[in-house]
Design a protein around this ligand. Structure first.
Ligand SMILES: N[C@@H](CCC(=O)N[C@@H](CS)C(=O)NCC(=O)O)C(=O)O
Length: 213
């Protein structure tokens, strides 16, 4: 398999965590978002949305959207599973993943921030307010959900797709000055995940394009 991504991309980071939890090897192609390589025609052929990640499977299929890629990995390589055992818990884990991927992360996206800064004259303070208002609110809801579903991790006591989404979200939120101190349960789980080898391996700083800015 070949993963197209960027070291700091939280959506790519999710897929790297899922791959690492499942012990999967893959080739990696760095797409430098700051240089706009996601908008080059060759990459657009792979992902018409011009977003990372994309995964080319061993069968030659090109997959996009991190949650769809993670679900593919779960079905293609079910052991170890990154979904909880119970049906309701599986839905909880998917709901947390979706709350982060659909309702929190999009506000932190490069193209969104570039638009606000360059076309709407947002300064650092306005940007911080925007991110806290929208991404922060979505994360506050996840903090409440996890208070009901969580054990050591977001759902129960084993890392799942929910943790694969939470950890990159916390990393990005901290980077963009979202007040993550308001989320004690999420911080606790983030810290616990970061102590695991799979999460260490998937961390942005440990990618070979980590110096690209
Ligand atoms: N919903 C998509 C989001 C993908 C996404 O937003 N990728 C960002 C990096 S995290 C990207 O490629 N941004 C490029 C840009 O904004 O131009 C997924 O989960 O894969």
């Amino acid at each position: 398999m070949k993963l197209f991504g960027y070291w700091r991309s939280s959506a790519t980071y999710r897929v790297r965590i899922a791959m690492a939890l499942k012990g999967l090897d893959y080739d990696y192609a760095a797409v430098n978002l700051l240089k706009g390589e996601q908008r080059e025609a060759s990459y657009g052929d792979l992902n018409p949305q011009n977003l990372v990640p994309a995964l080319v499977t061993d069968d030659g299929a090109t997959l996009t959207q991190s949650l769809a890629i993670i679900e593919y990995l779960e079905e293609a390589f079910p052991d170890p599973s990154i979904l909880p055992a119970g049906l309701a818990d599986r839905a909880h884990a998917r709901a947390i993943a979706a709350a982060i991927a659909c309702e929190a992360q999009p506000f932190m996206n490069l193209r969104m921030q570039t638009f606000l800064k360059t076309e709407r004259a947002f300064d650092e303070t306005a940007m911080k307010d925007w991110l806290n208002r929208w991404a922060g609110a979505a994360m506050a809801a996840v903090e409440k959900i996890v208070a009901q579903t969580g054990g050591d991790y977001c759902v129960g006591d084993t890392p799942t797709i929910a943790d694969a989404c939470l950890v990159p979200q916390m990393y990005g939120a901290a980077r963009f000055s979202v007040d993550i101190s308001a989320f004690p349960r999420l911080n606790e789980i983030w810290k616990r995940c970061n102590a695991l080898e799979a999460f260490r391996k998937a961390h942005p700083d440990n990618q070979r394009d980590a110096t690209q800015t």
